[in-house]
Design a binder for this molecule. Sequence first.
Ligand code: FPP
Length: 235
Amino acid sequence: MSAVPATGGDNGHGPRHVAIIMDGNGRWARRRHLPRVLGHQRGVEAVRRTVRAAAELGLSALTLYAFSTENWRRPEDEVAALMGLLKHFIQTDLEEFARNGIRLKVIGDTSAFAPDIIAVIDHARARTAANTGMVMTVALNYGSRDEIARAARAAAAKGAITVDSIAAELDTADLPPLDLIIRTSGEVRLSNFLMWQAAYAEMLFLDVLWPDFGHDHLAEAIAEYVRRERRFGGR
Ligand code: FPP
């Protein structure tokens, strides 16, 4: 019998694919009378902790909502700061991902991004393309309605529009089914994130602000998922 991870992973109980709406960076900063950008900086550290934890806890896929189609409406300097943080994060953490077998995937329309950001993303994707460990998907300029509309158009171009033909064209078609969505900061909304994929996912809305999120929150979320599966299981 092969060893199975204690919590997540392919053990028939734990989630394989977890997605996170990383919310609360601004409130974290405001509570400390700090600029919003500092909240986002701390948010990146939470991303780093969470990616490490997700791999350690045996997830096959971790999907993070980093920039929505609505985030362009934020002040120009905040958008620029988020782009800078994203670029820096990929540049500094890429080698660790690569070494740990993580594959980087991006969903959403990055064509609107500056050429230097697109180049960094393309390089990271290519560098980790052959990796077979956890898939870390970053949703950038992503919106679920846009994704579903694109998938429906692609399905129609090939033939019949059915649930399966649309599902096959979604940006996430190559990922395991979504098991669990976590949103931090106490807000209880999907905000145009993975709405199709969430049809059968468990949802967990946590009171922690994203910059405070870490290994133990993810481990506890996985444990809660396992408890729910035990209660309502049968899938
Ligand atoms: C929500 O906080 C968070 C965001 C809009 C961006 C999330 C981005 C990061 C954590 C950093 C970059 C990402 C990666 C993958 C390196 P908010 O500003 O909406 O918080 P608020 O609701 O409290 O104002």
